[in-house]
Design a protein around this ligand. Structure first.
Ligand SMILES: [Zn+2]
Length: 349
């Protein structure tokens, strides 16, 4: 018999699940009934989602016009889509990480740059040209789902907003912000931590002056920071609110480590391109989820490279990864460094 500990509920926090046209399925937004009324995240920009939001607000005796503040957990299309509409109708103050602010201010051009960067990554990773072309077409069809907008306030790590503390937890995206209430021991976690799903740290463009992006390493660091927070409830971007965030984060870190080891084991018969490794790790990855699959494999390769266990070779512009033989001719066992580097036990104090 298992004892399931109940997750504390907050009657002033209303979860609204909104449909999206993406493979991820529905996305959550949250209303915090305080003065002014806060909306956390803004769903995907479809009429269906907007109507659902209005209906659910009406159930609470509210409408979009009553929203005073919009907080964005990160810049992904299923979380920011309706911010323009909502701000236009309500005059709410929108707040986000500076990366999201910059992205939305120069939306058309920035989206083009982001896609050009991703196309370059896909080529280097050995993704076939016809697949790249189809992904570009798919991305073009998403274009109408985001609009250019001036976000009113940039949120930096540690800023206080609407009684919540903004904590920058990059990894899943460079702009991930967790909105933490240390008094009520709760947080709005966006896609930073989800229950039953491993959020992929997605490939991102390096910032000016940044030599190399290490998304998975960055993500793991952020997870450790979140793990140390004292809280009873996480309100996530997808799925139901959950407690026990430390257990969930530990399981996530262990799962990531298993995948890192799997990638290393595939390379026994290598060399392979990241795209080939993605096919082995996720045999059923679809066109619209290739971004996640490829990002995941690149993250595991980063970790293995950092541990000195694999190395890339450039063959006509395409990267092939191989295991690195050790000085005595053997190969390192995966995971050793992990036991030192990642704290899986409880953090106290
Ligand atoms: Zn996301």
């Amino acid at each position: 018999m298992s004892i399931v500990s109940a997750v504390p509920t907050h009657p002033d926090i209303i979860r609204i699940s909104l449909p999206t046209p993406f493979p991820v399925g529905p996305v959550n937004v949250f209303i915090v009934k305080q003065d002014p009324i806060v909306l956390v995240d803004a769903g995907a920009n479809t009429d269906e989602a907007y109507e659902r939001l209005e209906q659910r607000l009406a159930d609470q005796g509210l409408s979009v016009r009553h929203i005073g503040v919009v907080l964005l957990t990160h810049g992904h299309i299923d979380h920011i889509g309706m911010v323009n509409r909502i701000v236009h109708v309500s005059g709410a103050t929108s707040c986000a990480h500076p990366d999201v602010v910059a992205h939305l201010r120069a939306y058309e051009d920035d989206a083009k740059d982001a896609l050009a960067f991703f196309v370059g990554v896909m080529r280097r990773c050995g993704v076939p040209p016809d697949t790249i072309e189809r992904i570009c077409e798919l991305r073009a069809s998403y274009k109408t789902l985001v609009e250019r907008i001036d976000i009113a306030r940039e949120l930096h790590d540690g800023d206080e907003v609407s009684g919540l503390r903004a904590l920058h937890v990059p990894g899943h995206s460079p702009s991930d912000i967790l909105f933490y209430d240390p008094v009520r021991r709760l947080a709005f976690t966006g896609d930073h931590v989800l229950k039953g799903v491993s959020p992929s740290p997605l490939i991102r463009r390096p910032r000016p002056g940044e030599a190399k992006v290490r998304t998975l390493a960055e993500y793991r660091q952020s997870l450790q920071r979140t793990r140390a927070l004292e809280m009873d409830v996480c309100y996530p971007g997808h799925g139901s609110p959950f407690g026990n965030h430390r257990e969930i984060i530990d399981a996530l870190l262990r799962r990531q480590e298993r995948f890192t080891q799997q990638v290393y084991s595939f390379l026994e018969t290598g060399p392979f391109t990241p795209h080939q490794l993605m096919g082995m790790l996720f045999p059923r990855v679809a066109m619209d989820t290739l971004h996640f699959g490829l990002s995941s494999v690149l993250g595991h390769l980063e970790i293995l490279e950092d541990r000195g266990m694999v190395f890339p070779e450039d063959r006509d512009g395409i990267l092939y990864f191989s295991r690195r033989p050790m000085e005595n001719g053997t190969e390192t066992a995966p995971g050793r460094e992990e036991e030192k580097g990642v704290q899986l036990g409880p953090i106290t104090g």
